[in-house]
Design a protein around this ligand. Structure first.
Ligand code: C2E
Ligand code: CA
Ligand code: CA
Length: 263
């Protein structure tokens, strides 16, 4: 009985989300937040990952509560495009301010990889805001290999985008994906990282993963860095870029601009 009630509650919440999503997009309730990324060696702020927040009259709903629903009902196409546009807009603004923009990485839901022409949409945004493409990087979660996703990833690469493999270590075919797709950067999965940091054996696996990635010419981003101990371990391992609550949580645009440009 309890379970049934729980499921019912869940369904009601999902219906509510589906009912509200279009208006929410229309009135700007989906906000791009920015989580800074730092060069470990120099301490410089070098980029950000843009992460969506749903601002319901001051209450912020985390993406895990709506992104999976949007991935199922297709609204993710519209929501992601909106967030990508906000990223391009921010870069345009920084150029207009006379600043050297930092790179922004956007999340590409795997749902897009099966759709036609999401790359065309992205290209159109870059053109619309007239920004150099290098400032927008693309994060894709490693996924079960299938020819369509592989093609999509290759096409992104052919279109000149820097590709980051998100959540590396969380799936079951990480090494296969590495072997067969043209990623430029790997982002170690937060859960994988924190769990493996707990044992000597796990730490060795992380250290060798970093060394291996460098050896095949990939850059590394460590995500979810929360402690000084984790940070100094990563620096010993030669991990280039770090992102995590130890440095900063995701923040709204204005706050990010203060951090990045002091303006
Ligand atoms: P992700 O792409 O793996 O994003 C990283 C998540 O880790 C973010 O959660 C970020 O806030 C969190 N994080 C970063 N550093 C730390 C840390 O030190 N400690 C802890 N506890 N967490 C940390 P967030 O923003 O809740 O996003 C969750 C997921 O929702 C994302 O995982 C991504 O899969 C999805 N998502 C977020 N924004 C978007 C978007 O605009 N489009 C799409 N398609 N998916 C998005
Ligand atoms: Ca990501
Ligand atoms: Ca991730």
């Amino acid at each position: 009985e309890y379970y049934k009630e729980y499921m019912q509650q869940d369904l009601v919440e999902q219906q509510q989300i589906i009912y509200e999503m279009r208006d929410a997009l229309g009135c700007g309730q989906f906000e791009p937040w920015f989580q800074p990324q730092y060069n470990h060696a120099t301490g410089a702020l070098i980029g950000a990952e843009v992460l969506v927040r749903w601002n319901k009259n001051g209450t912020y709903v985390p993406p895990n509560e709506f992104v999976p629903i949007f991935e199922r009902n297709g609204f993710i196409y519209e929501m992601d495009k909106y967030i990508w546009e906000q990223a391009c807009k921010a870069v345009r603004k920084w150029i207009d301010m006379g600043r050297e923009p930092v790179t922004i990485s956007i999340n590409i839901s795997r749902v897009h990889l099966d759709s036609d022409d999401f790359i065309g949409k992205l290209n159109a945004l870059i053109k619309k805001y007239d920004i150099p493409q290098k400032y927008i990087e693309t994060e894709i979660t490693e996924t079960v290999e299938n020819p369509r996703t592989e093609n999509a990833v290759r096409e992104l690469k052919d279109n000149g985008y820097v590709l980051l493999m998100d959540d590396f270590g969380s799936g079951y075919s990480s090494l296969n994906t590495l072997k067969s797709t043209p990623f430029d950067v790997i982002k170690i999965d937060r859960a994988f990282f924190s769990e493996f940091m707990l044992s000597e054996r796990g730490k060795k696996i992380i250290a060798h993963t970093i060394a291996m990635s460098k050896d095949i010419g990939l850059d590394m981003v460590a995500e979810g860095v929360e402690t000084k101990e984790q940070a100094s371990f990563l620096s010993q391992c030669g991990c280039d870029t770090v992102q995590g609550f130890l440095y900063s949580k995701p923040v709204p645009l204005a706050e990010f601009e203060k951090m990045a440009y002091g303006a």
